[in-house]
Design a binder for this molecule. Structure first.
Ligand code: ME8
Length: 510
């Protein structure tokens, strides 16, 4: 049976336009989804929008629109952004769909039946911006003397009847889950943070609200809507067909990786597995969290209004260039700074010079000196073997990095081979061999073509369009671009189309 792989992005709040932070998570998940497809997996890639809660309701009011009309509009904008950024999701979920309401209510009933939900009264701090409850001890005071959440978000005192989830009873079982599944939370810095939070003792969690209506009704409890995070997290099983165990997609559960920003790790690594285990459902296999993109030292966010529009950035620099930059510039788990100079430098040095020139030089020499046909292999020298061995070692190296979500390391492994190939072409000087030894020249060009093919095959998930064009120029048929296909040599004499530069240098507009 084909191996399955289920990967998700967070579902984004529809309280404002999408920005590059959202695009980042979606592109990272997309790169992994594409990688797994090329590696022979049957992939289910889910993304969508989170449309309930006080924050969204307030945004609709500010926009002067009926809430559903507003969420339809913003959800579509997120979907357009995802499409524009090449995000190859298999399903787009919206929490205002009927199937999701049924799924949330079914999950609620299952948890309630175990005794883990009880009716009480909530009195404490709440942040609408974070849609999160905070303990007094977690708060600090801002310059104006107001209490703020650890995220800097304003908080308000709320007092209302509420259903609670018995999270306090789950401490030991959560710790056991982390211990038995050492890869459950990535990276390890985030894992320590979650462990210390859980070891510090868990309070029961308020899971319903009564002061507004924009949410999923709690079954048999008029006036109560579900806490937006219980509703939102459930999207990951709704999409897999919950509560129908016979649903076609249910076999993808548990998810292999939930991609999240570090701001929402607690919800995914603590609350979510506790809800699921309480309902007798297997928890996901991994929560992979990433750092923030900051602009001028501040986290970009809809609420702060310092956002960078992903489509505009792709228009200026090119979509594949932006996809590459986002995954190359900083380690996944760390924060990184978004600035144009850094993008231009990656484009010109790594894409245009290192990779673009390598392909263009090699392919032009083949076009001019081998009648535009792929030359056959010659007897291998030590240098040939060293370069090809490095190229063919890439799938295993890159696969391991992708499984850790260390995308920048995967790219660095690939770039080591690209740099070696550039050193090889300079050293072998096939343009000089043309006059002295055409047989050796052809052999050198074949080594280069094979190396570029391996590199390009692995780079497809990062830059699908540009690399697709590079593979066209190498004469690799579209159905021969999987990692397994690398084991089958390209046919000698394959006619190659006229080479065309794939990665232009960025030149500042005058
Ligand atoms: O939290 N840098 O939705 P949200 C990098 N609806 N990534 C960023 C970012 C930044 N500056 N800003 C946002 C929610 N993100 C909930 C999720 S899931 C069941 C519910 C990314 O619209 C990052 O992935 O606030 C973060 O986790 C997500 O956007 C938050 O999106």
């Amino acid at each position: 049976m084909t191996k399955r792989f289920y990967v998700t992005t967070p579902i984004y709040y529809v309280n404002g336009a999408p920005h590059i932070g959202h695009a980042y998570t979606s592109i990272a998940a997309d790169v992994l989804a594409r990688f797994k497809r090329l590696d022979g997996y049957d992939v289910f890639f889910l993304t969508g929008t989170d449309e309930h809660g006080q924050k969204v309701e307030a945004a609709a009011r500010t926009a002067g629109l009926e809430t559903q009309t507003y969420t339809d509009k913003i959800s579509q904008d997120f979907r357009d952004m995802s499409d524009a950024m090449g995000v190859s999701y298999d399903q787009w979920i919206r929490t205002t769909e009927q199937r999701h309401k049924e799924s949330c209510q079914a999950l609620w009933k299952r948890i309630e039946a175990t005794g883990d939900i009880y009716l009480g009264h909530y009195e404490g701090w709440y942040s609408v911006r974070d849609e999160a409850f905070y303990d007094e001890g977690e708060l600090t005071t801002n310059a104006a003397g107001a209490k703020i959440a650890p995220t800097g978000a304003p908080v308000e005192w709320v007092k209302e009847p509420s259903y609670f989830f018995r999270l306090s009873a789950w401490q030991d079982r959560l710790l056991k889950l982390y211990e038995e599944n050492p890869d459950f939370i990535a990276p390890s810095s985030r894992k320590s943070e979650v462990l210390s939070f859980v070891k510090g003792g868990l309070h029961d969690l308020s899971v319903s609200r009564t002061t507004f209506n924009w949410g999923i009704p709690v079954p048999d409890a008029p006036g109560h809507v579900m806490y937006v995070w219980l509703d939102a997290l459930t999207n990951y099983i709704t999409a897999a067909g919950f509560p129908d165990p016979a649903a076609e997609k249910w076999s993808y559960w548990p998810a292999d990786a939930h991609f999240v920003g570090k701001d929402i790790i607690r919800f995914h690594a603590v609350y979510w597995p506790a809800f699921l285990m309480s309902a007798g459902i297997e928890p996901p296999k991994r929560i992979s969290s990433h750092g923030w993109w900051v602009v001028d030292g501040e986290k970009m966010s809809k609420s702060l209004g310092n956002v960078v529009e992903p489509r505009a950035l792709a228009k200026t620099f090119g979509l594949d260039q932006i996809r590459y930059f986002l995954l190359r510039e900083k380690p996944f788990g760390a924060d990184g700074s978004l600035n144009h100079q850094a993008i231009i430098s990656r484009m010109n040095v790594e894409l245009a010079n290192d990779l673009g020139n390598l392909a263009q030089r090699s392919l032009s020499l083949i076009a001019r000196n081998c009648e535009g046909k792929l030359p056959g292999k010659g007897p291998a020298t030590a240098e040939d073997t060293a370069l090809l061995d490095a190229a063919y070692a890439l799938p295993d190296l890159v696969r391991a990095a992708m499984d850790r979500q260390t995308f920048h390391e995967a790219l660095e492994d690939i770039w080591k081979v690209i740099r070696s190939a550039n050193a090889y072409i300079d050293h072998q000087a096939p343009w000089a061999l043309r006059k002295t030894d055409t047989v050796r020249m052809a052999a050198v060009l074949r080594v280069l073509a094979d190396t570029i093919r391996a590199v390009a095959t692995l780079l497809q998930p990062f830059m699908p369009d540009s690399i697709g064009r590079m593979l066209d120029q190498l004469g690799v048929a579209p159905d021969q671009r999987t990692f397994a296909a690398l084991a089958v040599p390209l046919e000698d004499g394959t006619p190659l189309p006229a080479p065309q530069g794939v990665f232009p240098r960025y030149v500042e507009p005058a």
